[in-house]
Design a protein around this ligand. Sequence first.
Ligand SMILES: Nc1ncnc2c1ncn2[C@@H]1O[C@H](COP(=O)(O)OP(=O)(O)OP(=O)(O)O)[C@@H](O)[C@H]1O
Length: 243
Amino acid sequence: MTALLEVDGLAKSFGSVHAVDSASFEVQPNTITALIGPNGSGKTTLFNLITGYLPPDQGQVRFQGRDITGSSSGRLYRRGLSRTFQQARIFPQLTVQENLTVAAGYSWQQLFGRRMSRADRERVGSLLEEFRMGHVADLFASELSYGQRKLLEFAAVLMSSPSLILLDEPTAGVNPVMIETMEHHIRERHAAGITFLIVEHDMNFVMRLCDPVIVLDQGREIFVGPPSQVQTNPLVLDAYLGS
Ligand SMILES: Nc1ncnc2c1ncn2[C@@H]1O[C@H](COP(=O)(O)OP(=O)(O)OP(=O)(O)O)[C@@H](O)[C@H]1O
């Protein structure tokens, strides 16, 4: 099977800190792959390198077989590679509905002139329904709870019809009910054909949802395998207990 995403010898240093140090791994299509590792092991930096928010010092990233190293985040978004952030990046001064509209690629002028295609209007409507956000559609995003903002960001990246979504700590700081909601939506969208790469510290969440699991330590992968083998792998235990 051809990998959907290939990370090959990726490296990034900040001064003397080797945040990502020759990392290489693949994400196969139709998986929910986890990327875990102790604090500071380079997970967010890797996400930034893959999604065009940081240029790598070395190495290559391929998406759907094409070299995307150094491509801009906007270009990757339009090609079907989207991401979320640890702190949801949404527009607090726009309503929930407007946030989804902007994510479809509409300019601010079009947004306020209501010149939106019927198909996109319907997509916004169906996402509001799917994510049960109809009742908050006209609230400003700033009025949402922390968890709802994360959910909105997730819904917004779906406007680009992505084939791969990178989620950066989707459950961090989120209440248990919202964690279940998040898991439900990931499963639903996975069943509909979207591939996920998820950075997450909640091991219960990872163990029940993800396969395979990639473990990063000091900027490079030290384990790739099924969740059942992660917790007993000596290299993984060393990385976590030694940190
Ligand atoms: N912009 C930056 N400037 C300097 N150092 C940085 C920068 N970004 C990350 N680092 C360093 O790179 C290393 C990897 O950080 P990164 O945030 O990628 O790790 P992480 O695995 O995502 O951590 P966490 O689980 O705590 O979110 C850390 O030592 C961090 O301090």
